[in-house]
Design a protein around this ligand. Sequence first.
Ligand code: ATP
Ligand code: MG
Length: 266
Amino acid sequence: MHVVLLIRRIGNVFYYCYKLFIETSYLNSLMERIPTGIAKLDQELEGGLPINKGILVTGTAGSGKTIFGLHVINRACEDGKNCLILATEETKEDIIAEAENFGFAFSHYLEEELLTITKVLEMRSKTTTASSHLTSGLSIREIDIIGLADLVPENVDLVLIDNIGVFALGMSLGDFRDQFDTLNLLLSEKSVTAIYVLDQATHELTNYVADYSTYGCIKFLVKENPYTSKMERFIFIPKMRGTNISLDLNKFVITPEGMRVIGPTE
Ligand SMILES: Nc1ncnc2c1ncn2[C@@H]1O[C@H](COP(=O)(O)OP(=O)(O)OP(=O)(O)O)[C@@H](O)[C@H]1O
Ligand SMILES: [Mg+2]
């Protein structure tokens, strides 16, 4: 009888040790990550963005979404990773100029074929569709959200899609959710880490459903500091699976060197 009890107790001890091992951040710290290149943010994210997962980046106009994306791409290229930018809003030249302005060597990465920038043209009317044949690029009319997966070659490690919101125009909420979920799955299966930039207007129009589809969400906001009445920039991470995030609103600034997170607000 005593022997049975002893075996049970030993079994229980093993079970609780196993549970503790799973629940502590030990396993999470084993998750491979892609650093963002923004020091305090990487600390907060236990090293960076979880690899081969989709991360949604939202925020109002001018809040810092694109600059954040450029930071992550820059750091990934520095680390020798293959990167792709699918841009809907800015031209390739503008993206390069903006990145180089922050000291990110995008021209060099392009020459080294570590980086590809593809301009996906936004077509809203027949007139613009007709004129699109005069420029190079892919028309949004020719692809839907799922189709974006075909634009990402197998050897790509990190893709930045800026802005996925334009593909949601005219789509039902159900279709948007279905297509976005499928794109996420397809890219994850291809072992690609994806940063999806989504403008705040489309995010609101689509009832924030995209928040549920991705592994993590990062939100950028600009709001008034009640003590100084000055507008300030903030970054908020409401969700990052497998990561012990703080839910603090972190103040950040954009300097000639790029983004610098100052720290949590009191
Ligand atoms: N070199 C710089 N120094 C300081 N601030 C800068 C610099 N370059 C850009 N900014 C600021 O960053 C803001 C733009 O950030 P970003 O392009 O990342 O915004 P966004 O969220 O992508 O906006 P949108 O939704 O319109 O694309 C600019 O409005 C400007 O105020
Ligand atoms: Mg932008």
